[in-house]
Design a binder for this molecule. Sequence first.
Ligand code: 4NP
Length: 152
Amino acid sequence: MTKILMVCLGNICRSPLAEGIMRSKLSSTHFFIDSAGTSGFHSGNAPDPRSIEVAQKNGLDISQQKSRPFRAYDLEEFDVIFVMDKANYRDVIRHVQNEDERQKVKLILNYPNSETEEVPDPYYGGKNGFDHVYNLLEKACTFHSNQLISEQ
Ligand code: 4NP
């Protein structure tokens, strides 16, 4: 079983979408997908309604997810940890205990021909922000899921 963790700040906007999209592309027999937030601000909460809506528009139901905080143990438990932006990267990398754990942490938009480096935080923005985030994550998850399948 390969375990993949999606991480953003609140675990209510970006990483729940990344979790839902990635899960739709990988077999649950071989892959376990989860998400977490570097802050515990929204711990226990469902995804932001705007994320639920853009997911639903694209045929995914993420409404049952619950926000949880990132914990240092995730670096041991998971095989790959995808972060949405550089602040998330710094907050996660702070907890690494060895080189093996450091190698697990990757910016999700760091793949060939990616149009940008960071998934922008859509929390304070308008609704278009969520469509943009969805499109960025859909492309990134297509690349990474194919990569993970080929590495099996
Ligand atoms: P996320 O978005 O990191 O994509 O879940 C945010 C959600 C909440 C807050 C910031 C970003 N907040 O400050 O409460």
